[in-house]
Ligand binder design. Structure first.
Ligand SMILES: *[C@@H]1O[C@H](CO)[C@@H](O)[C@H](O)[C@H]1NC(C)=O
Ligand SMILES: *[C@@H]1O[C@H](CO)[C@@H](O)[C@H](O)[C@H]1NC(C)=O
Ligand SMILES: *[C@@H]1O[C@H](CO)[C@@H](O)[C@H](O)[C@H]1NC(C)=O
Ligand SMILES: *[C@@H]1O[C@H](CO)[C@@H](O)[C@H](O)[C@H]1NC(C)=O
Ligand SMILES: *[C@@H]1O[C@H](CO)[C@@H](O)[C@H](O)[C@H]1NC(C)=O
Ligand SMILES: *[C@@H]1O[C@H](CO)[C@@H](O)[C@H](O)[C@H]1NC(C)=O
Ligand SMILES: *[C@@H]1O[C@H](CO)[C@@H](O)[C@H](O)[C@H]1NC(C)=O
Ligand SMILES: *[C@@H]1O[C@H](CO)[C@@H](O)[C@H](O)[C@H]1NC(C)=O
Ligand SMILES: *[C@@H]1O[C@H](CO)[C@@H](O)[C@H](O)[C@H]1NC(C)=O
Ligand SMILES: *[C@@H]1O[C@H](CO)[C@@H](O)[C@H](O)[C@H]1NC(C)=O
Ligand SMILES: *[C@@H]1O[C@H](CO)[C@@H](O)[C@H](O)[C@H]1NC(C)=O
Length: 602
């Protein structure tokens, strides 16, 4: 609907034209691969997901935003107009941006798009497949929405390890506050906790009224329409603020097939814990007799259920031959308030199907990560929030990240000294916590082991931009060198977001083969906002040509120490609809390319 997809016939013709366009305009792209164009207006709209009107962030008036449905190696061009009243950056969680941190959309790599301005992202979804999502990366904005799915399909020539499903359903689950993101920010700035959320949304909607005491009348809920006997791929993303959710579909098995770009060993689950920032694909067969509709549930994890009953997301699975509404109690969550091992064992059961490929026919099976020598080890420990200079902050190894006004990547480009230091400690140190812009010095082509040690009392999920890492181990207690003996060196899953249980550690391995500045952060919005993040700088000491890293884009925005280089943009008015514009945009480009081809080959 949004965006402009190439028809097969057009694609063949465009191949030649795109080549010409790329050479003519010197755009860094892989010309033989198709382009997808999107034109997005990011603005507030009013919605009442929990019955109370509030301003939410929409993409071209849609909340949640549209699913970007692309295929391995496509080039994506997204013109983003910021119609909010504050700066904006969109980040593309899980898109690897190989050699191209310029498009990553976080403060360490990009200047924010000022209100009223637009900026065009261009990147390639190179050599990857899977289910991901995008979201606004600044100042808790995701708590107001602004997110949407990214589906990267296999190329037609690459086999998928299961039959083509009869339908593809994207579902965003996440905790939600009636307080807006600016008020939530104020609470954090004032040193407070965000407290219990007001609900869990599913696709931007509140719960089905499964209990008249708990759910007020008049709330719009999500309904998933299905046909009996068919099999659907559900892509579930936890886009919430800080709550781990247990996801389940009443009376239906969920066959796990993919997580964040890896085809997993296919196993049935009756429920799965999905932590903030994580994405999973399940195949669900409509094998029930449709005596009624069925509940789809996402309930808070590791909390006192009797206090949190209102914080439960409920949607409806509706068979076309359903004989009535869903009724009765919700399917039970795991009963393990006192059992810390269930969830971790479930997480450990998620493994790579080493005989299936991903974007290529068999990369995981042939990439023996377990026999590669580690070159750098970082133990990153987070603690409960502490007070630094009178402010409540979170830390990694005692350092609370302080974002500079000049993005790290731009500082390097212009050889600006003093923006950051390359001295991030490899281990937690016994010294007072402090604010700093301290960056990890990653060795290009090195193999890094990162151990996340969570000393806080809630689950923290960590994400690394630009890469997928191999999840090799997790356990309760303190990690020691001996813990390596428990690592899964064979079929650990390669993904970009992993949970770390409270009082536990998770270890990952990552091959630093892509140059740039890459954000390692907690996906929980509250602890991220308070400083629980770091960047890894990866440079090729021998080569600064664009073979190693794509050049700075022509439209780069400047700010901080470089703000004088920035030409002002005349702020736009807000647009109403994006689809026609996006279509016209595509047509315009085609004509431009045609003109270019005529000019070059008269
Ligand atoms: C996404 O794109 C694929 C391949 O182009 C297509 O087969 C599929 O129907 C699309 N999915 C949706 C939900 O539009
Ligand atoms: C802003 O959008 C216009 C088209 O609407 C486009 O021509 C221009 O390149 C965009 N600016 C940037 C900095 O991307
Ligand atoms: C693993 O992938 C292979 C090859 O695609 C497939 O045939 C097989 O069913 C998968 N096995 C499991 C357990 O997921
Ligand atoms: C958030 O709510 C406060 C009132 O509680 C209001 O002053 C502020 O403008 C709101 N911000 C947004 C972005 O809606
Ligand atoms: C609805 O929820 C309330 C509060 O948890 C509970 O006491 C009541 O039994 C529930 N009603 C039904 C019909 O399940
Ligand atoms: C998963 O459960 C379905 C029934 O819902 C069953 O048909 C299928 O064989 C199971 N698959 C595996 C791999 O256990
Ligand atoms: C349909 O399923 C329900 C619940 O599983 C069961 O009580 C009922 O007898 C079934 N009806 C038929 C016609 O199979
Ligand atoms: C949950 O909260 C209720 C109400 O405050 C309390 O009575 C109960 O003991 C708590 N349960 C647990 C397991 O802490
Ligand atoms: C790893 O290190 C060991 C011991 O230093 C060495 O013998 C081995 O060749 C190395 N393996 C690789 C793949 O570099
Ligand atoms: C960063 O690491 C490289 C090796 O990858 C080393 O040559 C360089 O001296 C290090 N820089 C600092 C500031 O430690
Ligand atoms: C945090 O660290 C302290 C000191 O090492 C330890 O006593 C405590 O058990 C840890 N707590 C968690 C939740 O890891």
């Amino acid at each position: 609907m949004v965006g402009w997809r190439l028809s097969r016939v057009a694609a063949a013709g465009l191949l030649v034209l795109a080549l010409v366009w790329a050479t003519a305009l010197v755009v860094p792209s892989y010309a033989a691969d198709p382009f997808a164009y999107y034109d997005w207006d990011v603005s507030y709209i009013t919605a009442s997901p929990l019955g109370v009107p509030q301003k939410v962030i929409a993409i071209s008036k849609q909340f949640p935003g549209p699913v970007m449905n692309v295929t391995t190696n496509w080039n994506v061009v997204v013109n983003v107009l910021n119609s909010l009243d504050e700066p904006l950056l969109l980040t593309w969680d899980g898109i690897q941006q190989r050699k191209n941190s310029w498009q990553d959309g976080v403060l360490g790599t990009n200047c924010p798009i000022p209100p009223g301005w637009n900026w065009t992202y261009q990147f390639q979804v190179k050599d990857q497949i899977g289910s991901f999502f995008y979201f606004p990366s600044l100042g808790l904005q995701r708590a107001a929405g602004g997110y949407g799915g990214i589906t990267v399909n296999n190329r037609a020539v690459i086999a998928v390890p299961f039959g083509t499903p009869d339908g593809d359903i994207t579902l965003f689950i996440g905790d939600w506050y009636i307080k807006n993101h600016t008020d939530l920010r104020k609470a954090l700035d004032a040193g407070k906790d965000l407290g219990m959320p007001d609900g869990v949304l599913m696709n931007g909607k509140g719960p089905y009224r499964y209990n008249t005491t708990l759910v007020p009348d008049g709330i719009d809920y999500e309904t998933i329409d299905v046909e009996p006997g068919k099999t659907y791929r559900f892509r579930i993303h936890n886009v919430g603020i800080s709550t781990s959710l247990n996801f389940r579909i009443q009376n239906h098995n969920m066959l796990l097939v993919e997580t964040e770009g890896t085809y997993t060993v296919q196993q049935n689950y009756t429920n799965l814990d999905i932590h903030v920032g994580q994405s999973y694909s399940f195949l669900v067969t409509m094998d029930q007799n449709a005596s009624s509709d069925y509940y789809i549930v996402a309930s808070a994890r590791f909390v006192n259920e009797s206090l949190w009953t209102r914080v439960t997301g409920v949607a409806i699975l509706h068979y076309s031959n359903s004989k009535g509404k869903a009724s009765g109690p919700l399917p039970d969550p795991p009963n393990d308030f006192y059992d810390k091992t269930f969830s971790m064992n479930q997480a450990r059961s998620i493994r790579t199907n080493v005989s299936s490929g991903a974007a290529r026919p068999n990369p995981q099976g042939s990439f023996r990560y377990g026999s590669i020598n580690v070159t750098q080890v970082y133990v990153l420990r987070n603690m409960p929030p502490v007070v630094i200079n009178g402010k409540r902050r979170t830390t990694l190894n005692g350092i609370s990240y302080s974002p500079p006004n000049t993005p790290l990547r731009l500082a390097d480009q212009y050889n600006l000294e003093g923006v950051y230091t390359l001295d991030f400690p490899t281990r937690p140190l016994n010294r007072p916590p402090r604010l700093a812009t301290s960056v990890i010095n990653g060795t290009y082509k090195g193999f890094m082991e990162i151990i996340f040690q969570n000393n806080d009392t809630t689950v923290q999920t960590y994400h690394m931009d630009g890469y997928a890492f191999f999840v090799v181990g997790m356990d309760y207690g303190e990690w020691t060198e001996n813990s390596r003996g428990t690592y899964n060196k064979w079929d650990g899953v390669s993904r970009c977001t992993i949970q770390v249980f409270p009082g536990a550690w998770t270890a990952v391995l990552v091959s630093l083969d892509s140059v740039g500045f890459w954000n390692v952060r907690v996906e929980n919005l509250d602890t991220w906002y308070l400083g629980q993040e770091v960047y890894v700088r990866v440079v090729n000491p021998e080569d600064s040509s664009d073979k190693t890293e794509l050049p700075m884009p022509d439209n780069v925005l400047y700010c901080g120490l470089l703000k004088d280089k920035q030409k002002a943009q005349i702020p736009h008015g807000s647009r109403t609809s994006s689809s026609p514009i996006s279509y016209v945009g595509g047509m315009l480009l085609t004509s431009m390319m045609l003109l270019a081809s005529i000019a070059i080959f008269p």
